[in-house]
Design a protein around this ligand. Structure first.
Ligand code: SAM
Length: 273
């Protein structure tokens, strides 16, 4: 049985993320599945290359729909994986031997040096002062253990040959930055942050997503448009015709383009001398 429990210092979740992309939205699980389908192959490869397996104590932060948690459970066995999220309702089917905690990464702590692997994907970018959060979660890694942080850099649409696609990405990015505080460029500096925090054996793996081929990145953007289309038009940031036009873009057989770069950054806490 999963153990669902309240995180230490449990209280009101941070508002921005929950308001716009919360797990209560009927399409949120589908959006998270599209994100998983897009990025799991890279994440799983990175973790495999680190040697993640039996005997590792793992912490999966902001687990969302839980695909990485499920993979870690399979790799490391029962009792090895702690999984957190602000809202754990999509993490109820992770199987035996996984500890699921409702936990606000910005406020709730874990013991120093408690894990051989700490992983967070598409989480820190949504939090206030992600660099400070990075510093906190680094402390939860045991000497010799690995920190893996993955966040997107959303820059490729700026040079797109498709002006409407460029505009869609710019409007959505600005809206999420204002509404949640999400930072779509901070991951560009992950290598420097990891080095400054004293992490060693640094490994940087970029993964560029492509839109317009009918794959999971298209689903991710369509579902995002569905979720925030109404607030976008209500707040006058875009018209209903804009939102319809952006959705249609994904049906246009002549449209294919670069989307975002997921930056996967791994580093080790130096082993004890
Ligand atoms: C974009 S989703 C990514 C989910 C998952 N990590 C993945 O890549 O498949 C971001 C997740 O972070 C969680 N989250 C947002 N703010 C959080 C916080 N302060 N503490 C813990 N989790 C948080 C959200 O609830 C959501 O599940």
């Amino acid at each position: 049985m999963n153990q669902a429990s309240d995180g230490p210092g449990d209280g009101e979740p941070t508002a921005g993320y929950t308001a716009l992309l919360g797990h209560h939205l009927p399409t949120e699980l589908d959006r998270l599945r599209a994100l998983e389908e897009t990025f799991d192959p890279t994440t799983n490869r990175v973790l495999t290359e680190l040697g993640v397996g039996p005997g590792w104590r793992c912490l999966e932060l902001g687990a969302g729909g839980g695909s990485v948690a499920r993979w870690l459970r399979q790799r490391c066995g029962p009792g090895a994986v702690v999984v957190t999220d602000l809202d754990t309702r999509l993490l109820e089917d992770l199987g035996d031997g996984v500890e699921v905690l409702r936990h606000d990464l910005t406020r709730d702590d874990f013991p120093e040096a408690g894990f051989d692997l700490v992983h967070a994907r598409a989480v820190l970018m949504h939090l206030p002062d992600p660099r400070r959060q990075l510093e906190r979660i680094t402390r939860w890694v045991a000497p010799g253990g690995w920190l893996v942080v993955e966040d997107p850099v959303l820059h490729l649409a700026e040079s797109s040959p498709h002006p409407e696609y460029h505009r869609m990405v710019a409007v959505l990015r600005e809206f999420l930055t204002r509404g949640i505080g999400s930072d779509f460029v901070w991951a560009r500096a992950l290598p420097r942050h990891f080095a400054e925090l004293g992490l060693v054996d640094l490994r940087l793996t970029p993964m560029v997503a492509v839109v317009g081929t009918g794959g999971s990145p298209d689903r991710m953007w369509r579902l995002l448009l569905e979720q925030i289309g109404e607030p976008l038009t209500r707040e006058g940031v875009a018209t209903a015709a804009d939102v319809r036009g952006w959705r249609d873009l994904f049906d246009d057989p002549s449209f294919v383009d670069l989307n975002l770069t997921m930056v996967s950054m791994a580093g080790r806490r130096p082993p004890r001398p």
